[in-house]
Design a protein around this ligand. Structure first.
Ligand code: SF4
Ligand code: SF4
Length: 300
């Protein structure tokens, strides 16, 4: 729903102020683990356009959002990245236009016939560099969507652009490494199964010291009623939360367990491409099936 904005002061516009802020490229090893080309494919333009066409065919919302922006500017100061940097490319509408210009050029009649009038643009190396920079300066928070009278969600446009980039072998080290860790250890932080169990046992001992009773923190317990899938940070950093789950289950008399195959609630596949988004989610279901639980409690 369209919302009235709080009176934030529009920042001073500083052209290209965050142009130099780019992510490290993904490593070959991680790209292999997340099943995308290990580097930019030779025929990347054609491959990118093929993927773009596929996304437009599958997701009508993407096409509608690319078609319906009227450039009213209401979303301009809705993005924290623009508020923080003053870089006009971080205005949500400008971020969208990086993809929209290519959409117009290759997938609309007006853009093909009158590129100058429609801001249609070729997908060349310069534009691809801008994609890599500014689509990775969007956190997909969706704040801007609340301020758009048409409900255009820049996060979905960012996701489409990242999906295309992943397809041609352009991934960031941060995101691909985190997703690869899920496949290799079960969680974003790279906590090994042994370390996860050790930490759970340690926290259970802490609870005994605090309350004088045995409050278990089971791992990989077959037949438990509930599989808890917490953010891995809860068993490593925010341990009060992890101990809180244990106390709650104990008080409620519910048998529960965590899984060392899948001990991560956060899904970084969402920040990369749909295939990994699904693959990470499937691990949660698989863990539930393997342990024979009745309920999966999953959340961050
Ligand atoms: S979704 Fe992206 S563009 Fe929109 S406000 Fe969040 S970070 Fe900014
Ligand atoms: S508020 Fe919506 S219609 Fe207006 S410029 Fe932003 S995305 Fe386009």
């Amino acid at each position: 729903m369209f919302k009235v904005k709080l009176p934030f002061k529009m920042p001073e516009v500083k052209e290209k102020s965050s142009r130099h802020v780019t992510c490290y490229f993904g490593r070959e090893k991680d790209h292999k683990d997340v099943r995308v080309p290990v580097k930019l494919v030779p025929n990347w333009q054609m491959e990118a356009l093929k993927k773009f066409e596929e996304l437009l065919g599958k997701f009508r919302n993407l096409k509608v959002q690319l078609d319906s922006c009227v450039h009213c500017g209401n979303c301009a100061d809705a993005c924290q990245f623009f508020l923080g940097t003053g870089d006009p490319r971080n205005m949500p509408v400008a971020r969208q236009d990086l993809l929209r210009s290519v959409y117009k050029k290759y997938f609309t009649t007006a853009g093909k016939l009158m590129p100058g009038l429609t801001n249609a643009d070729f997908l060349d190396e310069d534009l691809l560099n801008l994609w890599y920079t500014y689509f990775y300066q969007c956190s997909e928070c969706r704040r801007c969507a609340y301020f758009c009278p048409y409900g255009i969600d820049t996060a979905e446009i960012t996701m489409a652009a990242r999906e295309i980039m992943a397809h041609i072998g352009l991934g960031t080290k941060y995101v691909t490494e985190v997703v690869a860790k899920v496949y290799n250890t079960g969680n974003n932080l790279g906590i090994t199964p042994m370390a996860w169990k050790d930490s759970s046992d340690f926290l259970s001992e802490e609870l005994k010291e605090m309350f004088g009773i045995d409050i278990p923190m089971p791992t990989d317990m077959k037949g438990a009623e509930v599989l808890l899938v917490p953010p891995s940070a809860d068993n490593f950093v925010n341990v009060d939360t992890m101990m809180g789950y244990a106390v709650m289950f104990y008080a409620a008399g519910i048998s529960w367990t965590t899984s060392t195959y899948c001990d991560e609630a956060g899904n970084f596949g969402m920040f990369f491409n749909r295939a990994n988004h699904k693959r990470v989610n499937r691990r949660i279901l698989q863990a539930g099936r393997d342990l024979g639980v009745k309920t999966i409690l999953w959340g961050e």
